[in-house]
Design a binder for this molecule. Structure first.
Ligand SMILES: *Cc1c(COP(=O)(O)O)cnc(C)c1O
Length: 385
C-alpha cells in the first residue's frame, strides 16, 4: 500500500519489530552479532557495517525522500564528509555562495588539501551555474533555501543543467525536510540532511542522513560509509526515528509561526531587510512556492540602523541565543560570529552575509509570545542618541 507523507512519517521504513511485535523499533545496542558457522550470519555482522535500529532509520529517510537507499551518520558533517569522498584529486564542485559554514570549512580546509576544489556561484542564477561547469567540475552542491540568506535555487532547473553536462546534483535539504521538499523527485542525485535540526526536532541529538535513488551511487556510498565509519549509533538512531514521527505536526506549526512572525517583522519598521521565501516580496517566492510545500521556518533579518543588534541578543528572554536550528524551541544566532565564522570575512560579505545579520529559527511556541519577546528586545536595543 502506498502511503502519503503523514502516514509514512509514522509507518515508513521498518514498522515496529518483527520478532517481538514491539510497536517501536528497539534499540539494538550491540557492536557485533553471533555467526552460526563460518560465513553464516543472520544478515548482521558488525554494527559499523549494519545495525537494525540504524537500518530502520535509513529505510525511513529513503522512503520520506522518495529515494531507494538511505544512510545515517554521526552528524550532518559526517554525512557531507562521506558524500564528498565520492570525489578525487582534480575534481571540482560548484557550490552555492551561501551555504552552511561547516560545509564550506570542510571543503576549504580539508578536501582542498586532497586536491578537490570548489567554485562559489550564486546558484539562484541559472546562467551562472551553467557557465561554472567546466571539465573539472563533477558536481553541483546546493542548499535551498540557503543558510543563512534563504536564497532559493530552482532545483529542477539546476538538476537539468547538471545532468545535461553529465554531472551530479547534491542538495542539502536540512532547512525544509522531506515534509516540505523532496529534491530527489525534483531530479537531485543525492540529498543530505543534518538530522540534528528539524528531523530530530528536539535539540537533543546530533546526526546526519543521506538518501539516493540510484543503485550504483548507493553501493559507492555504502562502501564509503563503512570504510570511513562515521555511522550513527543505535540509541541516536532510535531518537531520530522517534523525532521523525512528529515531523508533520511540528513543521505545520513551525511554518505557521514563521509566516506570522515574518509578516509582522516585515511590516513593523524595525527591520531594514527580512529574508524569508514565504513573503510575496521575496525574490525566491515564486520558485519556492512551485518546488516546495511551504517556506520553512527560518527567517534572517537586519535591524534598522537605530537598533544595536548586540544589545538585541542580550535583551531576548524567551528566544534563546544558540547555535543550531530546527528544534521545538526558538533559537536565534549571529551568523558572522557563530554558524558562519569559518567563512573568511571577505567571502562572507561578498555573499551578502552582513555582520549585522540575525538568523531566527522559529520554534513551535505561541507565535504571539515570540513576537512580544522579539519586539521588547528590539525596543530595548534602541541606540542612545
Ligand atoms: C547544521 C547543518 C549542517 C551540519 O550538520 P551537523 O549535524 O551539525 O554536523 C549541514 N547543513 C546545514 C544546512 C545545517 O544547518
Amino acid at each position: 500500500m502506498s502511503l502519503r507523507m503523514n502516514s509514512l512519517l509514522i509507518h515508513g521504513g521498518v514498522d515496529g519489530d518483527e520478532t517481538t511485535g514491539a510497536v517501536t523499533v528497539p534499540v539494538y545496542q550491540t557492536s557485533t552479532y553471533k555467526q552460526d558457522g563460518l560465513g553464516q550470519t543472520r544478515g548482521w555482522e558488525y554494527s559499523r557495517t549494519g545495525n537494525p535500529t540504524r537500518d530502520a532509520l535509513e529505510k525511513l529517510i529513503a522512503d520520506l525522500e522518495q529515494g531507494s537507499y538511505g544512510f545515517a551518520f554521526a552528524s550532518g558533517l559526517a554525512a557531507i564528509n562521506t558524500v564528498l569522498s565520492l570525489f578525487k584529486a582534480g575534481d571540482r564542485l560548484v557550490i552555492s555562495d551561501n551555504i552552511y559554514g561547516g560545509t564550506f570549512r570542510i571543503l576549504d580546509n580539508v578536501f582542498r588539501n586532497f586536491g578537490i576544489t570548489y567554485r562559489i556561484v550564486d546558484t539562484s542564477d541559472l546562467k551562472a551555474v551553467e557557465e561554472a561547469i567546466d571539465d573539472e567540475v563533477k558536481a553541483v552542491y546546493i542548499e535551498s533555501p540557503s543558510n543563512p540568506l534563504l536564497t532559493v535555487t530552482d532545483i529542477e532547473a539546476v538538476a537539468g543543467i547538471a545532468h545535461r553536462a553529465g554531472r551530479l546534483l547534491i542538495v542539502d535539504n536540512t532547512f525544509l525536510t522531506p515534509y516540505l521538499q523532496r529534491p530527489l523527485a525534483l531530479g537531485a542525485d543525492i540529498v543530505i540532511h543534518s538530522g540534528t535540526k528539524y528531523l530530530g526536532g528536539h535539540s537533543d541529538t546530533v546526526s546526519g542522513l543521506a538518501a539516493v535513488k540510484d543503485k550504483e551511487l548507493a553501493d559507492r556510498l555504502y562502501y564509503l560509509q563503512n570504510a570511513i565509519g562515521g555511522v550513527l549509533g543505535p540509541w541516536d538512531s532510535f531518537l531520530m526515528i522517534r523525532g521523525i514521527k512528529t515531523l508533520g505536526v511540528r513543521m505545520d506549526r513551525h511554518v505557521e509561526n514563521a509566516e506570522k512572525i515574518a509578516r509582522w517583522l516585515d511590516g513593523s519598521g524595525y527591520a531594514d531587510r527580512v529574508y524569508f521565501p514565504g513573503l510575496e516580496s521575496d525574490p525566491g517566492y515564486e520558485v519556492q512556492t512551485r518546488q516546495a510545500d511551504g517556506p520553512g521556518a527560518m527567517i534572517s533579518f537586519v535591524l534598522s540602523e537605530q537598533y544595536d543588534y548586540r544589545e538585541f541578543f542580550r535583551q531576548l528572554k524567551l528566544v534563546t541565543l544558540a547555535e543550531s536550528l530546527g528544534g521545538v524551541e526558538s533559537l536565534v544566532c549571529h551568523p558572522a560570529t557563530m554558524t558562519h565564522a569559518a567563512i573568511p570575512a571577505d567571502i562572507r560579505r561578498k555573499a551578502g552575509i552582513a555582520d549585522e545579520l540575525i538568523r531566527l529559527s522559529v520554534g513551535i511556541e505561541d507565535a504571539d509570545d515570540l513576537i512580544a519577546d522579539l519586539e521588547q528586545a528590539i525596543r530595548a536595543s534602541k541606540k542612545e542618541k
